[in-house]
Design a protein around this ligand. Sequence first.
Ligand SMILES: Cc1cc2nc3c(=O)[nH]c(=O)nc-3n(C[C@H](O)[C@H](O)[C@H](O)COP(=O)(O)O)c2cc1C
Length: 340
Amino acid sequence: MNWQEVQNKARQKINPEVCRVCPVCNGVVCRGKLPGMGGVGTGASFVKNYQALAEYKLNLHTLHDVTEPRMSVEIFGKRLAVPVILGAVAGVKTNRLDNCITEEDLAESWLLGAKMGETLAMTGDGPDPSLYAVAIEASKKNPGIAIPIIKPRPQEEILTRIKEAEEAGAVAVGIDIDAAALIHNVSGLTCEPKTIDKIIELVESTHLPFVLKGIMTVEDAETAYQAGVKAIVVSNHGGRALDHCPGTAEVLPDIAQAVGDKMTVLVDGAIRTGIDVLKCLALGAHGVLVGRPPTIAAIGGGAEGIKAMLDYFKADLRKAMILTGTKDVQKVSKSILYNF
Ligand SMILES: Cc1cc2nc3c(=O)[nH]c(=O)nc-3n(C[C@H](O)[C@H](O)[C@H](O)COP(=O)(O)O)c2cc1C
């Protein structure tokens, strides 16, 4: 099965009210469909993620000797075949995907698909404590792959979950700080923004590299660095946290310039092709995350579906590297961008 066939399968399964598996997954049709797969409110942040990336154009450059571009990269001490990590996704029931996949199948496909594609997988968390538990169980079956991302809960609850991540053989662990305003009345989950002291407490509680997901300003990136955070994800939660955010590709260059030589800078938001990956690397990221594509892939074809999606990204990235004269994903020149 190739990526196209996997998407066709998923289209037959997913409730079209939730996601149409559009040929271009850009947040337009699913505007405001949250719970679901869309962006929050007007959907502007998701749409902007897509548009911001699309705005950057590439210089087609072919008079060179690059025939076998190097696509592998080391992140958190692990060698990845491509700098594409599965983003944190959880909550099939709350997101109205439970007619086509179970939480267990999603988590298991996530971890196994990442392993088959020789990459890493972030996993999610949510108001229902079973979501994090399911991801931890899947991580135990595939140690050395998972990066559990915990909601910005009260400190004690995070500390307990960090220990669970360590015991499950996680590669790194972190929190999605952009979920700071999440309150869930039924479960009693109350998330909170974190001061630098609270981040330091979390960082110092574990031997694992600590990740802050949901950074959109240079100021927060520098605070994260000062707190000892090892990696940030430039992210607006796929446009699902705050309406009317800039696109991640707009804020990435300044953030990468400020902290990119001191810590790992990852980015997500409407990254759909190998070309998008290459653009993000040219803008200063060390690697990218994808959220909706692997969700659709898991529904359409389980772990094999995710592998097919990753194979597509890899083939597209290889082509884009050859056609821009890029030898190595770790040394992508800004000059490949026409308008930067
Ligand atoms: C259905 C769904 C569930 C998600 N659940 C989580 C989660 O539990 N934790 C988290 O940090 N991010 C979560 N995200 C956000 C993703 O990790 C990621 O930031 C976003 O999807 C990236 O944008 P993209 O989907 O356009 O690639 C979720 C996204 C979707 C679509």
